[in-house]
Design a protein around this ligand. Structure first.
Ligand code: MG
Length: 397
């Protein structure tokens, strides 16, 4: 890790997505302390090139191998050749393996994993194996492979970039984990809070993409509306904080002002509050153990009004119920649940599946699977591939 006079060097995986772009915002704000040494994206080659040129980044990867021969990538090639011509170490790789390479790049202190979906697991694993600090926005890594990742991690090397988990992490600083009674994981409830299943039948992708309080990518916005996001976060919290499921409570907090809470043995509750701006949890993961100024408006308690709380409706929002079942069973079942959900959400976004079809598909695929203990990345990838096929078959029916 760079010392105080040096800059922390960062590899940003998934740099063209919502979290990735906001990570670059944080780096611009703190250019005296942070430096990007590697960038990886999946398909958005134009944005990647602009980011690489702006930040002078010489190590790049594109997940989509098909772009290797595409003229659209010629600008990236030129940029990397220019870096190499100037005597710098430079590289440009294509495919998932290229992204994993950047996760273990010797020049990087911190790896921000903002990839979408189970594809992020290998990068998380490689980063921790290589001794990097992993700033993790890819919650699917922990959902699918938490049993494999956590033995490689410590609270100092695995920092969550999820507002809820960042909140819990901060509430736990200076506390004895044995004195924690339970975690309160807050949820906005999504744009369809209060509706019945019948009222959800005809929801369109456009309606589901309008999240009330957080500005996020498409996959996570749909997951937030079905409460699958909260289900994934429950499993994420189980792994990150070694907390049994019966001590993780989901709580609807529609204003999203309370980002989560920790309840202790004596009944005291610590809550983390703040503006709903993802740049704050991103920055905390990068500044830790320090806190830096953030370019966001602070929470205005005078205009905040009241804070509401409610239990989630798991009958209507069945994904949250399914996630608890998957988490409690453990092993390979969360991997199956996650893969089926990724397929179903993609189908819904493409107008090929109904809104309620997402939970139905996840449940159908989970029912076909006999969970086994999680043993290796290869095993989980095989289970993931099977679950995707089963999900497609279930949607086609
Ligand atoms: Mg979250």
């Amino acid at each position: 890790m760079a010392d105080k006079v040096g800059k922390k060097s960062i590899a940003v995986l998934g740099s063209t997505g919502s979290i990735g772009q906001q990570t670059l915002d944080v780096v611009r704000q703190h250019a005296d302390r942070l430096e990007i040494v590697a960038l990886a994206a999946n398909t958005r080659v134009g944005i990647l090139e602009a980011q690489a040129r702006e930040q002078g980044v010489a190590h790049l990867a594109l997940g989509d191998e098909g772009l290797a021969a595409d003229p659209a990538a010629s600008g990236l090639r030129e940029h990397v050749a220019d870096c190499a011509g100037a005597g710098r170490e430079a590289s440009l790789c294509f495919g998932a393996a290229g992204i994993v390479e950047l996760a273990q790049l010797p020049e990087a202190d911190i790896v921000v994993n903002a990839l979408v979906g189970a594809a992020g697991l290998r990068a998380s694993y490689a980063a921790l194996k290589a001794g990097k600090v992993l700033a993790l926005a890819n919650k699917e890594s922990l959902v699918v492979g938490g049993d494999l990742l956590m033995p490689l991690a410590t609270p100092q090397t695995l920092l969550p970039i999820d507002s809820e988990h960042g909140a819990i992490y901060q509430c736990l600083l200076g506390e004895d984990p044995r004195e924690v009674r339970c975690l309160w994981l807050t949820a906005s409830g999504g744009p369809f809070r209060g509706r019945s299943a019948d009222e959800l039948r005809d929801i369109t992708p456009e309606e589901a993409l309008a999240h009330p309080t957080w500005n996020m990518g498409a996959k996570i916005t749909i997951d937030s509306s079905t409460l699958m996001n909260k289900g994934l976060e429950m499993i994420e919290a189980h792994h990150l904080f070694a907390m049994p499921y019966d001590r993780i409570h989901v709580l609807v907090q529609p204003q999203s002002a309370i980002h989560s809470m920790v309840e202790f043995a004596d009944g005291s509750v610590k809550a983390h509050l703040g503006t709903t701006d993802m740049r704050i949890p991103i920055q905390f993961a990068l500044s830790y153990p320090e806190r830096w100024e953030a370019p966001v408006a602070p929470l205005d308690f005078y205009t905040l009004g009241s804070l509401d709380f409610a239990a989630p409706d798991t009958d209507t929002f069945r994904c949250l119920y399914l996630a608890r079942i998957a988490g409690e069973a453990g092993g390979t079942l969360p991997c199956v649940m996650n893969a089926a959900n990724e397929v179903a959400v993609a189908a819904f976004l493409a107008h090929e599946a109904s809104y309620l079809g997402i939970a139905a598909c996840v449940e159908a695929v989970m029912e076909q699977h006999d969970p086994a203990p999680a043993e290796s990345l290869e095993q989980l990838e095989a289970v993931d591939a099977w679950a995707r096929q089963a999900a497609h078959a279930s949607l086609d029916r």
